[in-house]
Design a protein around this ligand. Sequence first.
Ligand code: MG
Length: 462
Amino acid sequence: MTLIKSISGIRGTIGGQVGENLTPIDAVKFAAAYGTWIKDQLDKDEYRVVVGRDARISGEMMQQLVMNTLVGLGIHVIDLGLSTTPTVEMAVPMEHADGGIILTASHNPKQWNALKLLDEKGEFLNGEEGAKILEMAESDTLTFAEVDDLGEISVNDAYIDLHIDEILDSKWVDVEAIKAANFKVVVDAVNSTGGIAIPRLLEELGVEVVKLYCEPNGEFPHNPEPLKEHLGDICELVVKEKADFGIVVDPDVDRLAFIDEKGNMFGEEYTLVAVADYILGKEKGNTVSNLSSSRALRDITEKHGGTYQASAVGEVNVVTLMKETKAVIGGEGNGGIIFPEFHYGRDSLVGSALFLTHLAEKKITVSQLLEEYPAYFMSKNKIQLTPELDVDAILVEMEKKYAAEEVSTVDGVKIDFSENWVHLRKSNTEPIIRIYTEAKSQQEADSLAEKIMEEIKTIAGL
Ligand code: MG
């Protein structure tokens, strides 16, 4: 059982002891701190917050607790019910609301839930704001509204359709070309809200949809993180249905992965590479992803005459650097597409529509498309350390050891060699170091990881 409180929010398992899990009391305390923070931002007569959730089993309970806590603070709530993270992000400015909350533990299994907090632009709070809310949740000074000043809840379930309408109206999405291509696509939405949104979007685009796990009942039929080892069923079904490709999303629909027509992974890392290739082909510009994402995005960006930069891991860091560098597209290698023409948040609906346009214009198969991109392979490992070891000191030693190479210490230690790279990050919650490597073959990525892990063990005296 776990409760993780960090500057990016509160996340935990349902049930058990208060303070050790995400119990109703923990959720109420945190929602009350967020609502109070919203009210402290601006002196207004009326405050409005948009609230939506993914389809996990605890979602409705959590949403009722959170919404009624805001009502108790005198805040008006727009209840989106079953929704997606990008839909709530778009609804906040469309509603002229002061903030938003999404109840979702993203790619985590069904016993987890979390509160994702948004500002008045529908963007994630920064570290400073998150820290302030954590501090307020622990203080005993939260004050609620008098009986005549309570907030109200109004239901609005139109936002998935409005989100889709925005996509269909965009100059970046060629609806006619997609319709003419007569695509057939299998969708695995892990029985969450992607099962509502993605098929609806595809049908509007004239795509024949085969639904796999599209019932939004929160009973995840496989581990919901869109990684190869969890996606055997859709890989088989794409082949059996002779589909053009498969679309996989996580429970709150901000991570997107594709399966090619042969039933092979297109590779989560290549979702952003393909979509960026499409956008940069229309408009020259810069791109951003995080330090743990594939170098393929850098290569594609430079090929199109733009500049690539890498941020610290964390969506808010990617977004901050995208704004600083005026990036035309960015995101995360884990299948997160951020296209600022819509909003500054990872959006699998936007990503799917852009990928379909790209494919319709190129008139090639998904496996042929992958062959056009520089081939890189990753190895993701971790080393378990003992709590008494100074992880920061170990990282400093590694930084010194490779001082002659291109080293970044923006987030852990990233060492860029000419042909490959390694990224070392410590965990904030457990005594481990994560070791990600990327190279031009799987064998090379694995052996680079082995070598670095041996070096860390030597420094640590393990
Ligand atoms: Mg997610």
